[in-house]
Write a protein that binds this ligand. Sequence first.
Ligand SMILES: [Zn+2]
Length: 488
Amino acid sequence: MKADDFHAVVDVLFRNASVVDGTGKPRFVADVAVTGDRITAIGRIGNIAAREVIDATDKVLAPGFIDAHTHDDGYLLVHRQMEPKVSQGITTVVTGNCGISVAPLLTSCPPQPLDLLGPSSLFRFDTFSAWLDELRASPANVNVVPLVGHSTLRVRAMRDVAREANDAEIASMRQEVELAMRAGAFGVSTGTFYPPAAAATEREIVQVCQPLKTYGGVYSTHLRDETDDIVESIEEALRVGKALDCKTVFSHHKVAGKRNHGRSVETLGILANAAKMQPLCIDCHPYPATSTMLRLDRVAQSSETLITWSRSYPEAAGRTFAELRQSLGLTDEQLLEKLRPAGAIYFIMDEADVKRIAAFPLTIFGSDGLPFDERPHPRQWGTFPRILAKLVRESKLLTLEEAIHKMSGLAAQQYGLQERGTLQEGSFADLVMFDPDIVKDNATFDDPVQLSDGIEQVWVNGMRVWSDRCTIPSFSGRVLFRATADAQ
Ligand SMILES: [Zn+2]
């Protein structure tokens, strides 16, 4: 193409960017051209006609971040600009984690923890493909990697979820997994920590998830126990993954409760050994606190519990469990009764474990945010900039190249995303441009809905979705396809 061509030959031309390409390789200075939805050139690009030229001097240009653990299933439909995510440089979200997905389920009264996904009006899809159809018809500002939740399937298939599924129920759930995989799910998530699936046995999960074998999906698990029985729980998940001959994703890996602090040395050792025998990865976020439905076992294990929302006593949001207990003069059980259904943040982990887990070579990052919470955990708005600020710039736990590899290239590899996750010619133009010297999260536990600093511009499939601290309603996100998808 000659520079004097009448038509612009590229749509966007970044000049002098510090390219961190997502592979883990050292950064290099280059020009990057985008045409349509693809990256079309990287290197010293001479005089070329471009619709837009961006001076990226001293800025990092990287593949858009992949939020490997989200609960955005419903949020994507009603907040399509996805401000909490694109403002962090995220261009792809993995949905349906922890056993809970909005589809396939028709209900006006989703039981906890399904209600963490948002209002009951979201549970309006009788099939997984109906939800995907709506996402495709009204796309959001980010790409979607969908998982189907085993707890959702249990609530759908079983009258009484407090026992193991019988053969007919297993057959019905297996059929739903088959349909979801055919429709485009990347795999199944389970959450045996939670009431709707606590009675599910290993055998049930292996039976229900059989289609993962055929379709090459992932098995993603919120372990049965992340406290004293963490090792038994990891071993159970490894057996399930092995029986299904598929990749096991260990969600938000942690060792919770004071007496387990430090045990990530042991759990990561087990996982590193297991990884020699079977495919697996881990996701985590950079905070020592977690968040989910309000439950007394978690309260007891935590140094502090902060209420994020309460349907029956909304004024509790933002207050601590201990302070409410005292000021209302109630026992733990009475306070739980007064608040529920409710959500909470639990200060339950040790900083050293959090860092050790983040640095583990098979770890990718996921915010695990609960997007409809009134007073959410700050991870919903701050996870990725916080990693760049705290784990890269301040503590130097990770190099910038390592952190971005985990946020993009490695995550894409673990989920089998094609032509995404690395900045190379021919790949889809999911990009983030940020200032590495100032990028940081501002969301805190006291003030959790805050934009980060330093994330300057974000593109999804070649369209800008974030610029100058504002979202742009491009809605260029796509439902991504499994690499191993069988032709239907
Ligand atoms: Zn979870």
